[in-house]
Design a protein around this ligand. Structure first.
Ligand code: BG6
Length: 527
């Protein structure tokens, strides 16, 4: 009898598709993927069609998914935005520019996709008449492209504008077409527990939960999705993945960038809402969750919710907020946050470090450190799992300070993982040195797809596994609710440093690992 358990659900599909691809010797990201997948004919409507998200992420992803290959006539794209002076022609010119800026060759013949399948409709002042006009246009395009009335509404507008759009779509009856309707909502989803609940109530008035796709683009990253395979398909880690063997987990998203042109938005939001409540909390959930009954949409999300509900109340001693002052990045002077955001008295945090505890059997007593900040010296997104040190040292301390084993799951850059361990340096003396077992995605599979490409294809296919469910949103805002109501002081740090020095205290003497790629390197690779 075979010992291999049956493989189930979404992961199985992705896996076998990938194996077939590898067997065929293809190691580049797939293009024209709609052709290869089970995508029904549909209209993909983006509200916020002239915004930054559309330009940088959605449009390039739609182009890569749709423009290449025979499946492209299955999906028409309609961009809608307030701008009344654009029409199909001028919008297509804008779109071509955006695609070229995103790396598509200007002479790529597939840019002709824009002329055939990309359309624009003004939403003017977003009055009921504007939405009624939009509804008429949708009907016309469905006829033109022979679409059966299946619709995606990808709402890419600032959070405050979301209710107007949802109500406008519903009042115009757009969500009740002849086919199905799905709505895609971008983060941040609300600004606290209360507003997130109000938003969920509004969406549920018009859409079933199964039709709501709340995007957290981290869930579309291959390396993040791989956490499930890594943990639940490689049995060697399961017996180690608990409080008996692990002493701490660090989840780090360090960014070099500041807030660029997003000052007015960011100043209302801050790092806790922009990064921690969503991206870092999702990484926490995937790292700490139990194995689901099956790797499918509901079972995975059920287990994530359980982790979020197990997070203990955060006390002021568990948090450090920071804001960057002027400093240097890569030897270049950069402005402080207040000048960049043109908000001279702002107390908005651009850095947050938190120590979380989980009230469950597996993780009791193991600190989870969540750290993220802007204008830090390096771009690093990683999860560092530190295993307990040997209980007894068989070597005298002067030989070498034993470093505990660590598993570093590198989400970006250099996606992959490293297992750090100690070896004896050859020679008469007993000397030790850190070494690594490493895996890099780029070496094995070539470049990875953009997260939006993965997620938009999931929306088109109707697979919500890697989208955030309403109860997950609720559970994650609940973790941070007290913190939003009684904000800790915001400490200053010079741009180009690793945040306020107080972080070292929060981490109880542990290395601040974003920095320690070098220090770990020194320890692990000392020669
Ligand atoms: C976005 C945040 O959701 O994620 C940005 O709004 C942040 O502030 C970005 O820079 C980081 O994403 P990534 O994929 O570059 O790590």
């Amino acid at each position: 009898m075979s010992e291999s358990p049956p493989v189930v659900g979404k992961i199985a599909d992705k896996d076998s598709a990938r194996s077939a691809e590898l067997a065929a010797g293809r190691d580049k990201p797939r293009e024209g993927r709609v052709a290869e997948r089970d995508v029904e004919r549909q209209l993909y409507l983006v509200i916020g069609g002239t915004g930054d998200l559309m330009r940088r992420k959605l449009l390039p992803a739609l182009f890569r998914l749709l423009a290449k290959g025979p499946g492209r006539d299955r999906v028409g794209v309609l961009a809608a935005a307030r701008n009344p002076s654009l029409n199909d022609e001028s919008y297509r010119a804008w779109a071509r520019e955006a695609l070229v800026a995103a790396g598509i060759a200007p002479d790529d013949p597939d840019l002709a996709w824009c002329d055939m399948f990309l359309h624009y409709q003004s939403l003017g002042k977003e009055t009921p008449e504007d939405f009624a006009r939009l509804a008429r246009r949708v009907g016309e395009l469905e006829q033109q492209h022979a679409l059966p009335g299946n619709r995606v509404f990808n709402v890419a507008v600032p959070p405050l504008a979301l209710p107007t759009v949802v109500n406008g779509l519903a009042e115009a009856g757009l969500h009740r077409g002849p086919g199905w309707a799905r709505i895609v909502v971008e983060k941040p989803f609300g600004s606290d527990l209360e507003s997130a609940r109000a938003l969920n109530d509004l969406l549920h008035q018009h859409f079933d939960e199964a039709r709501i796709y709340r995007i957290d683009h981290y869930l579309g990253k291959e390396t993040v999705q791989n956490l499930l395979v890594f943990r639940f398909v490689n049995a060697i880690f399961e017996s180690l993945w608990n409080r008996d063997r692990i002493s701490s987990v660090q989840i780090t998203v360090a960014e070099k960038v500041g807030i660029d042109a997003r000052g007015s938005f960011f100043d209302q939001v801050g790092t806790l809402r922009d990064m921690v409540q969503n991206h870092l909390t999702q990484l926490l959930a995937l790292t700490a969750m139990e194995m689901p009954v099956a790797l499918d949409r509901d079972n995975i999300r059920d287990e994530k919710v359980k982790v979020l509900r197990a997070v203990d109340e955060i006390t002021p001693a568990d948090v450090i907020f920071g804001q960057y002052a002027a400093g240097e990045i890569d030897g270049q002077p950069v402005k402080g946050y207040r000048e960049e955001a043109e908000a001279p008295d702002s107390e908005t945090e651009t850095f947050a470090a938190l120590r979380l505890h989980l009230n469950n059997w597996r993780w009791w007593g193991v600190p989870f450190y969540l750290c993220t900040g802007k204008r830090l010296p390096k771009r690093v997104t990683q999860i560092v799992v530190t295993f307990r040190c040997p209980v007894l040292q068989c070597l005298p301390p002067f030989v070498c300070n034993i470093q505990c084993n660590q598993l570093i799951i590198a989400i970006e850059p250099r996606e992959g993982f490293d297992l750090c361990f100690q070896v004896k340096v050859p020679g008469q003396e007993i000397r030790m040195e850190g070494q690594r077992l490493s895996f890099r995605y780029a070496d094995a599979f070539g470049p990875l797809r953009d997260a939006y490409e993965t997620l938009l294809l999931d929306v088109m296919e109707g697979d919500p596994t890697f989208f955030v469910r309403a109860d997950e949103v609720d559970a994650s805002w609940r973790i941070y609710d007290t913190l939003l109501k009684a904000r800790p002081p915001v400490l200053r740090y010079p741009a180009g440093t690793w945040g306020p020095p107080e972080v070292v205290g929060l981490m109880e003497g542990e290395d601040w690992h974003a920095e320690s790629e070098e220090s770990r390197g020194r320890r692990c690779d000392r020669r």
